[in-house]
Unconditional design. Sequence first.
Length: 247
Amino acid sequence: MDRRVISSLAHRDHPVAAPLSDASVGRLLDRALPRGDERLLDLGCGAAAWLLRALASRPRARAEGVEVSPEALAAAHEAARAAGVHGRLTLHEQDAAVFTSPHAFDLVLAVGSAHAFGGLLAALATARGHLTAGGYLLVGDGFWEREPSPAALAGLGASREEFGDLAATVDRVAADGWTPVYGHVSTQDEWDDYEWSWAGSLSRWALDHPDHPDSADALEAASAHRDGWLRGYRGTLGFVTLLLRAT
């Protein structure tokens, strides 16, 4: 089963593709959009949950999203029409790492998408090229809450070197020329809600479509994901979302 289809199905009940609650998303956007008339860009927007949330409460804001998954973009278009914000949202089906635009943005988002650029520092470098002077970058990435066990690394399909601890992660960002002006560390409740939603949404789809040729694969993917989380990285992998400005 195509990984992009799996991701689209798994995020149906948790469209923000990261362990963040609705309240946390709202608080971060309030800090990142102080005027309300900003131009936003989400690099790896998925179903554009961040952009839709921002536009819904800020009628003067405009947004663009970049995403490679046609399934996610179709969901974004549908949600934007339902919310009445489709006239202020432009979506691009392409690789966010090579996206170009004739104008700069007041806020660039790259939450949970660093892997698409080759890592956190590469994501920061790409985002920098899209920012206005004095603009904000909202970036979210993983870090080690504690030393990862072999089971945690196996559950994530990751290496020990892929992340540092929280302090080391912030140090890397600061050394790259950014100053954190706000941040949020995801709680265990936020992680649990995200992971239960991921595996549960995919499982529900599989059980509701038993005759679909991908049903068995979807159920297996959900079970493997849930097992890797519960027996591996739960309580080990953290997630931090940082609001940054260029130093």
